[in-house]
Design a protein around this ligand. Sequence first.
Ligand SMILES: O=C(CO)[C@@H](O)[C@H](O)COP(=O)(O)O
Ligand SMILES: [Fe+2]
Length: 223
Amino acid sequence: MTIAVAPSILAADFSRLGELVRTVQDAGADRIHVDVMDGHFVPNLSMGPVVVKGLRPITSMPLEVHLMVERPNDFIPAFVSAGANSLIIHEESADDSLSIIRDIRARGVKVGLAIKPRTPIDVIVPYLNELDLVLCMTVEPGFGGQAFLPESIERILNIRKLIEQNNPTCELEVDGGIDARTAILAVKAGANVLVAGTAIFGAEDGPAAATRAMRDTCIAAQA
Ligand SMILES: O=C(CO)[C@@H](O)[C@H](O)COP(=O)(O)O
Ligand SMILES: [Fe+2]
């Protein structure tokens, strides 16, 4: 399966957002990850549809929105109108995940389901046939810059098995503490989409070199 690198703009310098998105695009990033936090589902606030709308005309990369909000259903139309290409909801955030998943797909965008590190992985099974992507959180959601949780590796391995059994075209994304070292471990365990914020936008040698390095090391790890 193809490896995709998804820089998370949560770690970017917002005064230079457009320029930085173009930089990672030119360096081979595959999609942009937009973390949306409401101060309720997670104890932090971040960004909303205006950021997606602002980025839409300046990049050809897909924009994926990671909704860490209560009542995700309330925000879907606004993100779709703003130009999001995929919407990822949290299994823990809604009682009616299946109807929200169907609603997102009916609007012509891709749909993903995220689970937090302590959520049993089996909760994804009833939804797997209708998903484009499963997002395995590898830190507690809410903040960038945290350390990858090592117990995630076994979860990734087991989610990959569930995907192979139920919907092999579904992508498996990892998010939280992903850098060149943990990305290799995650890819070897079965992940194929790597979200990275701090490791890309906070890299000493800059976001372009970090994007290229992550792509190259992951492709090598997969071979
Ligand atoms: O969803 C989240 C955090 O809740 C992530 O997308 C972070 O933004 C990733 O940041 P790093 O761990 O790569 O710094
Ligand atoms: Fe995220």
